[in-house]
Write a protein that binds this ligand. Sequence first.
Ligand SMILES: [Zn+2]
Length: 482
Amino acid sequence: MAVTCIRNAACIVAWDDARQRHAYLTCGDVTFDGDTLCCVGGHYAGAPDVSIDGSGLMVMPGLINLHSHPSTEPFYRGVREEHGVPAMYMSGLYERSLALQPDAEARTAGKRVAFCEMLLSGVTSVADLSGIDEGWIDIAAQSGLRVFLAPSYASARWHLDNGWALKYRWDEAAGRHGFEAALAVIEQAVAHPSGRLSGIVSPAQIDTCTPDLLRDSFAAAEARGLPLTVHCAQSVNEFLVMIDRHGKSPVQYAHDLGLLSPRTVLGHAMFIDEHSWVRWHTRSDLAALAVSGTSVAHCPSPFARYGQTLEDFGRYRRAGINIGIGTDVAPHNLIEEMRLGATLARVAAHDITTTNIAALFHAATAGGADALGRPDLGRLTPGAKADLVLVDLASPWMRPARDPLRSLIYTAADRAIQAVFVHGEKVMEHGRVLTMDHASALAEVAEGQERMLRDAPSRDWAGRSADEIAPLSLPMLRLSNE
Ligand SMILES: [Zn+2]
């Protein structure tokens, strides 16, 4: 296998194994043999097959997007950013996912666009929570990313017949069928010759799956040594439904079913019993997550747009909960999620000391890796996978680069990312994705969005147009002489 050496990197975000945290290392080499890192820091004495001049660069571990929906979210650009339903505690999730659905043909292009955005912004691993579409494995493999396919299934579908009450249409057989199909896809992913694909058992939501399906899903994940992810405590409506059905918070319900464990990732575990929007009488959710070793996939953007946030990132961490970061929505820019996550935590805590960028960066790298049961990801250390990002310290957005991570996260974001390697292969360079045709995928997404918007009245409970559901930010001006 080819040996690649990044010579004299100005800055390396290296893994300090003794303290289990990242640390800066200046002026050293980063070397990988095939898909695996062999030297981090110091001088590599061997003769590499490929040498890269690292002066002027920061080398950091690739980011891990722990929660995303590449099949659907690219279609909501310009649609969902300011869409929400006040009578559903601000969440637009139910109304939008029912009325605005990209078709199967479009969803394939959506994946390509989402994957391109991730590569452009330094993501090297992604949990892709999607329904099963033909060609998914091929697209994931072609992307060059490390993709954890999480085929979602459920025993019920959400349903609305007014603008406030969340209803369910149950079809337990469909849930079972989806579960079997998901396990088959996961098996193919795990066996894929690229070595970059894997799977996550993914019952879609805590409120849409029967207890039996949830328990069997957990057993299947355990038997295969795979993670399990489920949306849980993601809206006030869901919280109230679980209280109505079981007299328990969603986290308590998951706990009592035996779902909480170190292999479990809850998206988004925001509306826990003590969250200010629900104020349930117990105070046990945070401890239940911590004691069980359950991870949380924290996605700041979608909720912040509704006026909601986790309360708060720093508090969860101090309680001992492992957190990873996801994008959930577009843009698929994990650097911007880190920035927003740090800021929102302080706003929620009314305290600047509740968290810092080091904690958010840890979550977006090692935290996500630990949640996926992959200690060989999310850190630059010998023996870890060669998933890394080269950051241009000379970018105007990085300078002065006194503290390169702060420059990157608070200012530069994707604008300073020069190259991305996954599994030892270069997959993005100078703003261009090397594995996929971004432009053609964007064109297909635009066409798919038009069809999605056109079909809204036939899907919406009130028969409204897409423009009525999600008006444009500015009105269309009509000139009087037209
Ligand atoms: Zn989600």
